[in-house]
Ligand binder design. Structure first.
Ligand code: M6R
Length: 377
């Protein structure tokens, strides 16, 4: 039931601190217990691993893009992400010692299942063991078709999600990738890879704070976004900008807004603006800029400045600080290690979309033309 919430989506957004707390309890053992991350992984999945490829659709694909960033930057493993629907009909040439990950919260998405089955089959036909299938599924439904198809599952354990818009399961998928990337970085001798042991320990100790951070963030942005929603009453287009590990969050912000509010929205890597999309901007097109301190912070701020110079209304998802004045509206997010920032920046994205759609009086939990599981091609 929805308890006191108006919609399941809002209830599920509010359940995210609990999703994170359960994940921390399950996967981050006390510092004395040896391993940094408790994740039972079959050595057959990672020994001698040279590549990872991830197949997914929609929001699950956005989680996969964050996952790819982590697998490359923390664990040093070359990783590609595919739309499952594209992979099916144009798979890349087979690569050696490759782990294929299917990400689907429902475990029933037809394109993702078919792409995985096709990959498994074409690898089975090769005699050379270097090409043997290594398959892993990430899902919220350990009893689903996906779980019957692949031998290894990471269960995100977020509890049933009723709203068509994925929220707590997205956070759960992100956390599954944090766990996987940290575990692989650790097993592959993180010291020599990009994620040295000190960095891994720091990330793990910041991850322990996540449930408390989310608790505050959800409560705070619920109010802020509700108060902002009326500003979007007549809005027809919104641009979401992010870079680096927050680029997938810009894509996710745009998808959330599209699917429940029916407002046209696009997510872009901020540096691409000047290659076309900037022509769209004027005072009627709000720009949401995710600007978190780290490798691309200055670049993102200067991209935001360019948007502002075209009279766009600028909404910043950024920490409070000297740059706050740049934004017409600030949705403040506490500063954490850049690699962890997507776990926080996604919250204002979800709540902004939710409140805009609710303000428009739309059926948030059952948006038109959409189903919770897309079981047809
Ligand atoms: O069950 P899946 O994770 O495989 O679903 C994939 C997409 O259909 C899904 O993420 C869709 O984009 C959501 N409605 C997004 O909120």
């Amino acid at each position: 039931d929805k308890r006191s919430f108006r919609h399941f989506m809002l209830k599920e957004i509010h359940e995210q601190p609990e999703t994170a707390a359960l994940w921390v309890a399950r996967h981050l053992p006390e510092p004395t217990e040896g391993r940094l991350v408790a994740l039972p992984l079959d050595p057959g999945l990672y020994e001698g691993l040279e590549r990872v490829q991830i197949l997914a659709c929609g929001t699950s694909r956005h989680a996969a893009l964050v996952g790819a960033y982590l697998l490359e930057q923390l664990a040093g493993i070359p990783t590609s992400v595919f739309y499952a629907s594209e992979f099916r009909y144009a798979p890349p040439p087979l690569s050696r010692h490759t782990l294929t990950i299917g990400v689907t919260q429902s475990g029933e998405t037809a394109d993702t299942l078919a792409a995985l089955a096709m990959e498994q089959e074409r690898r089975r036909l090769v005699a050379d063991p270097a090409f043997a299938p290594r398959l892993l599924g990430i899902t919220n439904r350990p009893e689903s078709s996906l779980a019957r198809m692949v031998p290894h599952i990471l269960d995100i354990g977020a509890g049933i999600e009723v709203g068509v818009a994925a929220t707590k399961t997205f956070l759960g998928q992100l956390l599954a990738f944090y766990g996987l990337a940290l575990a692989l970085a650790e097993r592959r001798g993180g010291a020599s890879g990009p994620g040295g042991p000190r960095q891994l320990r720091d990330l793990v100790s910041q991850l322990r704070q996540l449930p408390a951070l989310l608790e505050r963030l959800v409560a705070d942005h619920d109010q802020r976004c509700e108060a902002l929603a009326h500003l979007f009453a007549d809005t027809q287009d919104v641009i979401f900008l992010g870079r680096g590990i927050n680029y997938p969050i810009a894509l996710e912000g745009a998808l959330k807004l599209k699917e429940i509010s029916y407002i046209h929205a696009e997510g872009y890597p901020a540096g691409e603006m000047k290659h076309g999309p900037i022509a769209l901007l004027d005072a009627r097109v709000p720009v949401v800029s995710i600007a978190m301190p780290g490798t691309v912070f200055d670049k993102v701020l200067s991209n935001a400045q360019e948007a502002k110079a075209r009279d766009a209304q600028l909404i910043g998802v950024a920490p409070e600080g000297p740059d706050t004045g740049l934004f017409d509206v600030l949705l403040p997010v506490p500063e954490v290690d850049e690699l962890l920032s997507p776990l926080l920046t996604v919250i204002p994205m979800q709540l902004l979309s939710y409140h805009i759609a609710a303000h428009r009086g739309l059926d948030v939990d059952q948006p038109r033309n959409l189903a919770k599981s897309v079981t047809v091609e």
